[in-house]
Design a binder for this molecule. Structure first.
Ligand SMILES: Nc1ncnc2c1ncn2[C@@H]1O[C@H](COP(=O)(O)OP(=O)(O)OP(=O)(O)O)[C@@H](O)[C@H]1O
Ligand SMILES: [Mg+2]
Length: 247
């Protein structure tokens, strides 16, 4: 069903978001330059790009957190964001953090269900500062999930975690995605993470989507899958990384 959002464009069937001609400048410096992007319902996208290329800026625009952009951002349905740092409020217990800003009468029940899904039931009454890094990220995911988003924006949510916890989180995110089927836009610096998780990998460069690779390998994926091996080289080249390091 086509949808229309005030100030936006009519989205074709099956799209949850569209960005047209999106530009953003900071102090006269162009970070996003007439960027176009469409996100399909239920699609898992990974967004790569060098540091400072504008990934978080694009995410903030999609989340409606930036009123300094030019162009059109249309999003149908609800959006939730999880950031690199879990951004839990220290003086509220985990459950209260999950329900923060949620005014539904069944907010507590929904929070408990979300906490169960991320396997954090045992820490529902804990204070955020007593959580491990992985637990805090799971709480942050529960807070996003409880909003039942149609578009889930994840800004490097695993980058501060150790390798083992990160693998557990990959598995968890894929499980949650397959159950709830939101569209996901995951910002990451990690090409392998992008290839293991996403249906489509984008590279942001020069203020636009400079490279795009669909990933068709079946999940669960393995790093040595021939498709992933060849995509890895293409993506590293698009990121300007050569065998000797950054170009
Ligand atoms: N509020 C702001 N004021 C001034 N400059 C900003 C602001 N927000 C972002 N920028 C600049 O815009 C550029 C893009 O920032 P952004 O945070 O989107 O990059 P990024 O791709 O997410 O980088 P990283 O991978 O390091 O997180 C950077 O040069 C940054 O300094
Ligand atoms: Mg960023």
């Amino acid at each position: 069903m086509a949808a229309r959002v005030p100030g936006g464009v009519t989205l074709p069937t099956g799209r949850v978001a569209a960005v047209r001609d999106l530009s953003r400048e900071f102090g006269g410096r162009t970070v996003l330059d007439r960027l176009d992007l469409e996100i399909a319902e239920g699609e898992f996208i990974a967004l790569l790009g060098r540091s400072g290329s504008g990934k978080s800026t694009l995410l903030r625009a999609l989340a409606g957190l930036d009123d300094g952009t030019e162009g059109v951002v249309t999003v149908t349905g609800s959006v939730a964001v999880a950031f690199q740092e879990p951004r839990l409020i220290p003086w509220r217990r985990v459950r209260a953090n999950v329900t923060l800003g949620l005014h539904a009468p069944d907010a507590g029940v929904r929070a408990d269900a979300a906490l169960a899904e991320v396997e954090l039931t045992a820490r529902a009454d804990a204070w955020p500062l007593t959580l491990s890094g992985g637990e805090a990220q799971r709480a942050s995911l529960a807070r996003a999930l409880v909003r039942e988003p149609e578009l889930l924006l994840l800004d490097e949510p695993f980058s501060a975690l150790d390798a083992l916890t990160r693998m557990t989180m990959h598995h968890l995110v894929l499980t949650l995605w397959s159950v709830h089927r939101p569209a996901v836009l995951l910002v990451t610096h990690d090409v392998d993470e992008a290839l293991l998780l996403a249906d489509r990998v984008l590279v942001l460069d020069g203020g636009r989507i400079a490279h795009e690779s669909p990933v068709t390998a079946r999940r669960p994926r393995h790093r040595d899958d021939p498709e992933l091996v060849s995509l890895r080289s293409a993506l590293l080249a698009a990121l300007g990384v050569t065998a000797g390091g950054a170009a």
